[in-house]
Design a protein around this ligand. Structure first.
Ligand SMILES: [Zn+2]
Length: 105
């Protein structure tokens, strides 16, 4: 959570933040941009099935706006406010999967 970026919407910044902050646990997760229904460019996580299960077990969430991971988020959480970018774009991982916003590799 220590890192802040001037332009949090670039995919590289999101990926960098995730890798820097959670290196020990989320080492291979990357992000991919997509267009939301209202035309916003958002990020979705690209990860392995094993990582997905870890995130789920750890009550982690993911911010679609800046790509940060969040903690103490219910698995089916929706629209929680992100601690990094203050936008209500944090979703639990189970919810992301249901919304088809997880890329399993
Ligand atoms: Zn965010």
């Amino acid at each position: 959570m220590a890192l802040r970026f001037a332009t949090p919407l670039t995919p590289c910044a999101g990926r960098f933040a995730v890798q820097q902050d959670r290196k020990e646990f989320f080492h291979t997760m990357t992000t991919k941009t997509f267009q939301s229904r209202n035309g916003e460019t958002l990020l979705k996580p690209v990860l392995t099935e094993e990582e997905y299960r870890s995130f789920q077990n750890e009550y982690a969430g993911f911010c679609l706006a800046c790509g940060e991971t969040a903690y103490n988020v219910e698995q089916d959480a929706r629209r929680y406010v992100c601690e990094s970018c203050n936008r209500p774009k944090v979703y639990g991982f189970e919810e992301l999967l249901l919304m088809n916003l997880i890329v399993l590799q």
